[in-house]
Design a protein. Structure first.
Length: 164
């Protein structure tokens, strides 16, 4: 099975094109999307680029990327015809207990979302209940990423769309 990637530029204030792609992936139950703000004069990252941290010893760090990276994955179809749960993860440099940081900032993880991990390097990972539309995911994700970044992120973003 071949995999393709594409870059979608968008603004959180108008994610129409991104939502169309996410709806398509949710229907196909295949692929995933990585989201990141474009900070400074950066160009869009290469489709297969990993979120990085500057410096020779960055891999020794126990923190995630300074500019948070979110990954939304629709759960794949199972052999029995159902599907696994969708998931949302956010890598960040905000330190341990991101869920607590978000809650104390007035944006708790929704009570129906199951927290799978909350690790300083691997990030905050949640399993979503069936039927959560991509628009709801984004409505929570963009403010969460601003909080975890510790600053207001710019209005220019990229989505790296991976299709299987």
């Amino acid at each position: 099975m071949s995999r393709t990637t594409e870059v979608v530029r968008f603004r959180p204030t108008d994610p129409t094109e991104l939502l169309a792609v996410m709806d398509e992936l949710a229907t196909a139950r295949s692929g995933w999307v990585n989201l990141q703000a474009v900070v400074g004069d950066e160009e869009a990252p290469a489709p297969d680029a990993q979120p990085g941290r500057a410096g020779v010893f960055a891999w020794l760090s126990s923190r995630g990327p300074e500019v948070p990276v979110a990954s939304w994955v629709p759960g794949p179809t199972t052999r029995k015809g159902g599907h696994e749960p969708d998931s949302l993860g956010i890598q960040h440099a905000a330190g341990p207990r991101a869920a607590g940081t978000l809650a104390s900032s007035g944006l708790p993880v929704p009570s129906t979302w199951r927290r799978v991990a909350d690790h300083p390097r691997r990030g905050l990972v949640m399993e979503l209940p069936d039927g959560v539309p991509p628009s709801v995911v984004l409505e929570w994700t963009f403010p969460a990423m601003n909080i975890l970044a510790g600053a207001r992120l710019p209005d220019t973003w990229v989505a790296i769309v991976h299709r299987r």
